[in-house]
Ligand binder design. Sequence first.
Ligand SMILES: NC(=O)C1=CN([C@@H]2O[C@H](COP(=O)(O)OP(=O)(O)OC[C@H]3O[C@@H](n4cnc5c(N)ncnc54)[C@H](OP(=O)(O)O)[C@@H]3O)[C@@H](O)[C@H]2O)C=CC1
Ligand SMILES: O=C1OC[C@@H](O)[C@H](O)[C@H]1O
Length: 374
Amino acid sequence: MAAPYTAKWGIMATGGIAEKFVGDLLLDPAGRDVNDVRHDVVAVASSTNADRASAFIKKLGCKADTKAYGSYEELVKDANVDIIYVASPHSEHYANTLLALEHGKAVCCEKPFTINAAQTKHLAKVAREKNVFLMEAVWIRFFPLVIALKKLLHQDRILGKIHRVHADFAMHFDEDPKHRLFNPDLGGGALLDLGIYPLTWIMVLLFEDPDNQGTVPTFTSQMLKTPLTGVDAHTTAAFAFEKTRAMGVMTTSLEVESHTDRVVLIQGEKGTITVPWAPFRPTSFSIHLKDKSKQSAPLAQEEYHAPDRREFKIPGHGMFWEADACARALRDGKIEAERCTLQDSTITMTIMDKIRAENDFKYSDRLESTRSDA
Ligand SMILES: NC(=O)C1=CN([C@@H]2O[C@H](COP(=O)(O)OP(=O)(O)OC[C@H]3O[C@@H](n4cnc5c(N)ncnc54)[C@H](OP(=O)(O)O)[C@@H]3O)[C@@H](O)[C@H]2O)C=CC1
Ligand SMILES: O=C1OC[C@@H](O)[C@H](O)[C@H]1O
């Protein structure tokens, strides 16, 4: 068997999610039955100072020779780095990713990819021109659970035709105008931060349903903004697929919690599948199939078989699956990952642009601009 390919990672930013991602990179891939790729953290950069990067390296237990940089510019110039993980706030993703691409570095950038679709399209163009790998870190797309669910629904047609999907991600955060979730200058708001998960579920389950392929849904939305800073606190959007007569509804909020046993509800002709909390880190789903043998009269309430619950263990935080996909793409000389393409990110950002436009929610010109506007 060929030796595993090792991806050499440079970590851009030292905040909360960077810690989780690096923690996962440092786990032995054999623990998740992966033997073809490995990960090495070779450099970490803080935009603030090199001591912060050194403290991060020590805290996470990276190798002693991991480089610590006090600027992102130094990181992108490190010849030993193959791929950069961008873990800064939303407001910085576009500029940080562009910086890395312009230095010929592959990039895996945290969600949401950018502030708007124009920025995403620009990054995709630069990546193609430079022939370097680029991916938005929509980690749930790589979960074995999501892959298994897609197979059950789209290939095995366990529910027959899919009629409706409702996906929700709501989390109550204490209002703090400086926190990245509430701060418009950091690209705050429910839609971009949390709403991307229910939108991804709708995309994965309905947009990617082979029966809907080649069709574009119509959609409309509602938003309520927080008086604190003006970012969206609640957002809801409804999607209609005329061809299959399927509806998708996504809901998100910073003000309530969706800690329930059905954050994703999929209703089909043969029954229902429910995914319990958490929509950003799912670990199980339940299949509730209709029991036709117990259906007594045409108008009687539908009877169901006992639910079939499927559990999926996550041997770590779960970000390694997207990292493995990045490593395989680098190994194979690909500039996109099949499960999370630049087209997927462009569709995501285009939908979020339209939702914001429908609800008169704009970030500052600085955040919304692309380099070509300058
Ligand atoms: N996939 C997932 O499950 C999750 C993804 N995320 C995403 O990760 C990104 C970062 O979130 P999170 O780690 O929680 O955020 P944090 O606030 O914890 O960390 C962000 C880091 O970005 C760096 N940074 C660069 N520029 C700025 C700036 N202008 N203001 C503040 N910090 C800056 C800082 O690191 P330094 O000083 O070292 O440069 C900071 O520590 C977001 O895009 C978020 O959506 C967040 C949580 C979960
Ligand atoms: O991506 C995310 O998922 C988990 C949430 O807690 C976090 O705020 C968000 O950024």
